[in-house]
Design a protein around this ligand. Structure first.
Ligand code: ADP
Length: 535
């Protein structure tokens, strides 16, 4: 026998309906690429989303069809998140930084019917148009005068908004996001209404984003990156004010943060690096944010220290496209006030604790059936399961999980007794030397603390005796000199003796993926002829 509570299908339309009803007047500010600014609110976003749903149907878009966006953060992109899902479509957020072959692959693989794009990406559209075989309609979000095509505002403006949201199952798809592919072709992750609503609700936990109706959030994480960490949904649920910038210029972000009294931000570490450099050059203080959620790659200690000294709570988060993406988030625990500043920084440098709804475990790297203790010491392959974790890739035949329903993240980590996750590497990058594991990430983190080192990447190179030995590739800071010996001397007190790299090689640049992470795949390809002397 069932219980006796009401039916309430977990669909995204509830989220925008609630935002319009409960927080309708809360502002959504956009700084556009051409410098002008607009202000709308949650009630208007809903009205525009209703019109957009009608406009898509008028173009012949059907339930389940994919509608792509190639766009930065702005209110019209936000409208699309609700307009596409509202008519039963699937919004495919495309990363404009992908390489041409990847752009061709994912749009054709997704069979996108419509492309919504920023004028700034017109050159990409012009170049790719003939290679994209399924797109029937192009809509420009912010066209210049004289544009000959569908301009977003007039396209939706032709509709009356008298529309009833499409109904369906809460398990219907609503969004599609491809992983940027550090290996092989990009793979599509298709989110459902239900998984998205649950993920957004989980994002509201005080141990996650920790924001509410008094918050003003400027998300720097792009809307095309891993569903923008669910912020456009969680933000609507909490009724926050959003401030968007379609350009990632630290001067503009800084000015907006001060003027709009921004309390919260979210982005990858490089965003903050650029912000630090800007503030240093201008000799001004960092913006007085209450909280900064930082993730996508490891947040370095010096960044945490500086933000904490500025009074900003650092919420170091871990996740991936396949996990919607939030898996863990860091924040104060009950022992927080007993910790010294350095201990707080140490703890924040780890990746935080799982938010309710996801489960984590580590298993032996060689034998994935052996679960490892949560002892703060043993590192292993990190696995995850929960209602917003991938089961199967888009159009994939087989499940992406093992028989027990655990998804292998490809990350290597340690779980501490209090649940804190400490990532140590990626399974593909961890170096096996004489049967023992060396963390390439820990080596890199230690190396970037060396004066004169701008960036470092460590890969395992073939060694006849030890199988693999670490080689450190280093980019020098502009105008600064540093020697291999100086790097080695710097590393010595920080890592085990047998972890010391067999060589330090200076390079002009280190390759990155479209999401800005070090691409070890490309680095290995670039040095495929590399041989360790004496190996
Ligand atoms: P990609 O397509 O590049 O894999 P994702 O955003 O899905 O893009 O990347 C997820 C991966 O990023 C994780 O598996 C992990 O390796 C890395 N990552 C994410 N957050 C963190 C973090 N806080 N610290 C260290 N690594 C992280």
């Amino acid at each position: 026998m069932l219980g006796a509570m009401q039916d309430w299908t977990m669909r995204i339309t509830h989220v925008i309906d609630a935002a319009a009803r409960e927080s309708g007047a809360r502002e959504i500010v956009t700084h556009w690429a051409d410098g002008h600014e607009t202000r709308t609110n949650w009630a208007e976003v809903r009205t525009d989303a209703l019109k957009m749903a009608q406009a898509l149907e008028a173009l012949g878009v059907k339930k389940g069809d994919r509608v792509a966006s190639l766009a930065m953060n702005h209110s019209r992109h936000l409208v699309s998140w609700y307009g596409v899902a509202g008519m039963g479509g699937v919004l495919h957020t495309v990363n404009p930084r992908l390489f041409e072959d990847q752009l061709e692959y994912i749009v054709n693989h997704a069979e996108d019917k419509v492309l919504l794009y920023d004028a700034a990406f017109q050159p990409i559209v012009d170049k790719m148009r003939d290679r994209w075989t399924t797109i029937e309609h192009y809509v420009c979000y912010d066209p210049a005068d004289g544009f000959d095509g569908h301009a977003f505002e007039s396209w939706i403006g032709a509709q009356d908004g008298e529309y009833t949201w499409a109904e369906g199952s809460e398990r219907d798809p609503c969004m599609l996001c491809y992983t940027s592919g550090t290996t092989g072709n990009p793979k599509g992750v298709q989110y459902e209404h239900r998984s998205t609503v649950m993920h957004a609700m989980a994002g509201l936990q005080p141990s996650a984003f920790n924001f509410g109706p008094a918050s003003v959030m400027l998300p720097v994480v792009p809307m095309f990156h891993a569903a923008s960490w669910g912020l456009p949904y969680a933000g609507a649920m909490a009724g926050i004010k959003f401030v968007f910038s379609a350009v990632n210029d630290p001067a503009i972000l800084h000015e907006l943060m001060i003027r709009e009294k921004v309390t919260d931000s979210a982005g990858v570490p490089t965003v903050w690096l650029a912000h630090f450099q800007y503030c240093d050059a201008q000799k001004i203080d960092l913006p007085p944010l209450k909280a900064a959620t930082i993730g996508g790659s490891a947040c370095p200690r010096f960044m945490i220290e500086r933000l904490m000294k500025n009074g900003t709570r650092v919420q170091h988060a871990w996740g991936m496209t396949e996990t919607s993406p939030i898996g863990t988030v860091g924040g104060p625990t009950s022992d927080w006030n007993e910790l010294t500043f350095d201990e707080k920084v140490d703890k924040t440098a780890m990746q935080g604790r799982p938010i309710f709804g996801v489960e984590l475990r580590t298993v032996d790297l060689d034998d994935n059936t052996v679960e490892l203790p949560r002892d703060g010491e043993t590192s292993g392959a990190l696995q995850i399961r929960g209602p917003w974790i991938i089961r199967r890739y888009f159009k994939g035949e087989a499940d992406a999980c093992n028989n027990d329903g655990w998804f292998d993240t490809g990350d290597v980590g340690i779980i501490h007794p209090d649940g804190t996750l400490q990532l140590t590497d990626r399974t593909k990058d961890v170096i096996k030397s004489g049967g023992e594991w060396i963390s390439s990430v820990e080596l890199e983190n230690a190396a970037v603390g060396c004066p004169g080192v701008a960036e470092a990447a460590c890969v395992g190179m073939y060694h006849s005796k030890w199988d693999e030995r670490p080689v450190l590739f280093v980019v020098k800071k502009e105008g600064e000199d540093v020697t291999a010996d100086a790097v080695m001397d710097h590393l010595k007190p920080l890592i085990a003796k047998w972890w010391m790299p067999d060589a330090v090689e200076f390079v002009d640049d280190i390759p990155h993926t479209a999401t800005g992470k070090i691409s070890k795949k490309d680095l290995r390809a670039r040095f495929s002829d590399y041989s360790l002397e004496g190996a």
